[in-house]
Design a protein around this ligand. Sequence first.
Ligand code: GLN
Length: 468
Amino acid sequence: MIDLHKLTIVDAGKGLRNKDFTARELTQAYLDQISVKNGEINAYLEVYDDALSQADEVDKKGFHSPLSGIPMAIKDNLLFKGKHATSGSKILAGYVAPYDATVIKKLKEAGAVLIGRTNMDEFAMGSSTENSAFGVTKNPLDTRRVPGGSSGGSVAAVAMDGALASLGSDTGGSIREPASFCGLVGLKPTYGSVSRHGLMAMGSSLDVIGPITKTITDSEIIFNTISGLDSFDSTTHDLKNKNPKSPKVLGVPYHILENGGIKEEVLSNFKESVEKLKSLGYEIRDIKLPNISYSLAVYYILMPAEVSSNLARFDGVKYGLHIDGKDLLGDYLKTRGQGFGKEVRRRILIGTYVLSAGYHDAYYNKAIMLRQKIAEDFTKAFSEVDAIITPTTPGPAFKIGERVNDPLAMYLEDIFTVPANIVGIPAISIPSGFVEEDGVSLPLGLQIVAPHDCEDRLFEIGKKFETK
Ligand code: GLN
């Protein structure tokens, strides 16, 4: 019997090489768990019918990479040639991916077994996976609660032992927030370090694909596999950080923790994390990020602006759903009106507004200017400290239904995660302890943020923190 709950990629790799089990047996163990749990949790939208034959292929070819034979789940906004992909939306019903996303190609080359595609907030817009057209995903640690979002399905798949690891996408926190809600490690890599080719675009200047895993080492293994220059995405670059520096000084922007909205338990857990890091030898310094309080406002202007433009392609002609109207405009209105959910329509409207002729200077251009200011704040901070730490979220996983009618409360969930996307720097969420609510232990996360291409610092600090 394989103990799936404790298994890591590193352990599984050893087990496969030692012939303790085959890739088929390992995959079968996950499929069994999915058939027990997925009905309730709704982590997977589809389990691929060729998962076992992918595993057989790896068993035949041998284990040439750390991901060979490792069962993984992928978010429903990643293209896997010949398979359905819907981005959690009715508008892509029936759509079949015509090519592999670069990350999928790389995972296939590494011999990973792709088990299935996971539920998500429609087009990655949300923090709870309640905005999916295919039902809510439940948090496997407490099924009354959300798993976080938008990569809630990818995170729940790992948390319910339905995959050993998964891929998500992060535009404003969608990997880190759900990872922290489910007690897992979630990495948002440096913008452009992982190709977006074959990722359905939400906010193109913010989107990044990243891993969800149980350990930091596993996160590093997947990051090393999927990152790198790609001729299909001109924003990619090769990893420049050839001269890694061992981090010593960590900055804490205490001023942002003082502004309301953060639960008392989160603050005390964060203080414990700070003490733990001190005992590991890190120097902690109070830093100022003067413009950071504008981050959410900037994000909720730039992101919808990009969304409104990226989602213009779903016109009822090129992809998926088509509903007949009286004429061409009628086709558009019907298809988009019925194909997109409420949150997506809200963001298209906001985005169209902030980009419209009369308001462009007042909103979009101001947000672009502030984005620069926020980036300068981080550059200055990183001249004094090697990495910055904050809680990942203001509270633990909230209850299903609690915030669906209050979009602003939902948006506030992203307060700590959004700045890294605005600036393009890497950030990781790692488990930092638990808080008791309603008699259940709910996990919390510590976020570590580093300068561009300094993922190695996140891994180093994370590994020390994790083993202490
Ligand atoms: N929760 C944020 C939003 O709704 C972030 C989403 C994401 O990172 N994809 O936009």
